[in-house]
Unconditional design. Structure first.
Length: 449
């Protein structure tokens, strides 16, 4: 039986429990430990840009047919739009059916509007034109300096396309990138050892600063958010997985470490590099993972979508405001645009909510954000976790639909998953899984689907 020291997910669970207890019984000290979680996320974010770039560049260099890129991209766009729309509608339905804000009778004029001002200011850059312009960096290096994942993705796509079209192909450069990628993942494996410490600090801060007692006035809203998120994962994502013959339960078990770390740090970016390697090891091609996963973190924020429509309906109910069917349809249309191209980091859901309320200000005052400020941190966890699971499922589904996944290898990996440390340290450069496919090659794998 393996020791606790080799099971990071168990360490993270223990750290989350201890962090919550520490924050509850020593709130002053607990609220000072936020820097532990922030430090861990910063360490990971340092690695994200080069990993995205190297993964996509190598994937393109090894790709013989650019039509596959277009196919993967087209399927991804359709998939992201359909799934996020389901999430938006589900949040709206949950708000209308469960009515978590009914009976609060909060007067808008009694709210402190200054609480929302910083979020409104941050929301000014979420317009459609600003999002499109934000994809292209000012300079080649500014994307890496600023750490903007969507801009790094854009640069990597251009560079990868150049490597594919160059004749003769720059094999030496591709080899250098492969080796650099291997080194980056070794570094990721080292940094991930500090995940339990980060989870402890982040949870101690959350409970220490806000206190579990802060949940009581809005407990129905928090419970509704988590319940709706669970329904989305089990019903919507579970149905999608069944359609391609992949068991959702095993996929969640395979990525349990990343899910728990995201739960503790409230940031899905904290595990992006590790998810890259795990999905490649499942049999998904390096090029498809490199293209879909970073795009998903920007365009497929399922957890945030659920929260946004649910929060808008909740605020309307709490302030005794009526939203007609046309109003709610307008909210969905606005959020279908606003939720695309935003970063998957802690707090972006609240900023996007501020932007949505600004667009609906004639109905719901932006000052209504003050109602949710005290418990938003607790709901950030569900947003981050659901968005992470949505992108894990999405990447696998898109790879399978595009013919960029070896389904036989995928199922074998899910039945007998290797330790995460082994994946990060020993997966061959180029992302080829160590598990051999059954005889018959891709045709046999397709038949197993």
């Amino acid at each position: 039986m393996k020791s606790l020291s080799n099971k990071i997910y168990l360490q993270v669970i223990v750290a989350l429990v201890l962090g919550a207890a520490f924050g509850e019984f020593a709130p002053g000290l607990g609220s000072d430990l936020k820097f532990l979680g922030d430090l861990f996320v910063k360490l990971i974010r340092v690695l994200i840009a080069p990993i995205i770039f190297l993964t996509i560049a190598v994937g393109f260099a090894r790709m013989s047919d650019l039509k596959k890129v277009g196919k993967v991209g087209m399927i991804a766009v359709i998939y992201f739009e359909v799934i996020t729309t389901f999430a938006l509608i589900l949040g709206l339905l949950a708000g209308n059916l469960l009515q978590p804000g009914a009976g609060m009778h909060i007067r808008p004029e009694s709210l402190d509007a200054s609480v929302a001002q910083s979020y409104v200011k941050s929301a000014h850059g979420l317009g459609f034109q600003e999002q499109i312009l934000g994809i292209v960096p000012n300079t080649w290096m500014s994307a890496f300096v600023g750490g903007e994942g969507i801009q790094v993705l854009f640069i990597a796509l251009i560079f990868g396309l150049g490597m594919t079209l160059a004749r003769p192909r720059p094999e030496a450069l591709a080899h250098v990138f492969e080796e650099a990628s291997r080194v980056m993942f070794v570094i990721v494996g080292f940094v991930m050892r500090f995940a339990p410490v980060a989870a402890f600090g982040a949870m101690a801060f959350t409970v220490g600063k806000y206190g579990l007692h802060s949940l009581l006035p809005l407990v129905l809203m928090v419970v509704t958010t988590y319940a709706t998120s669970i329904v989305f994962v089990v019903v919507v994502l579970g149905t999608v997985c069944r359609l391609i013959g992949v068991p959702l339960g095993r996929l969640l078990a395979y990525t349990k470490e990343e899910i728990l770390i995201t739960l503790g740090t409230c940031s899905s970016e904290a595990v992006m590099p590790q998810i890259f390697r795990k999905l490649e090891a499942l049999g998904c091609s390096k090029s498809s993972v490199g293209l879909v996963l970073p795009a998903g973190f920007a365009f497929n924020l399922d957890g945030t979508c659920i929260y946004l429509t649910l929060a808008v309906v909740f605020l309307a109910q709490a302030m005794d405001l009526t939203l007609s069917f046309a109003d709610q349809l307008g909210i969905i249309l606005v959020l279908m645009v606003m939720t695309k191209g935003v970063a998957g980091v802690a707090g972006i859901g609240f900023v996007t909510l501020a932007a949505a309320l600004s667009a609906q200000d004639s109905k719901i005052p932006v000052a209504g954000l003050a109602i949710l400020v005290g418990v938003d941190r607790f709901m950030q966890e569900s947003r981050a976790v659901v968005s992470l699971i949505g992108n894990i499922v999405g990447t696998v589904v898109i790879a399978v639909l595009a013919g960029e996944a070896d389904v036989a290898v995928l199922r074998e990996r899910l039945r007998n998953p290797p330790p995460t440390a082994d994946l990060l340290a020993s997966t061959p450069a180029g992302g080829e899984p160590a598990v051999s496919a059954p005889s018959g090659g891709p045709a046999a794998a397709a038949g197993a689907r």
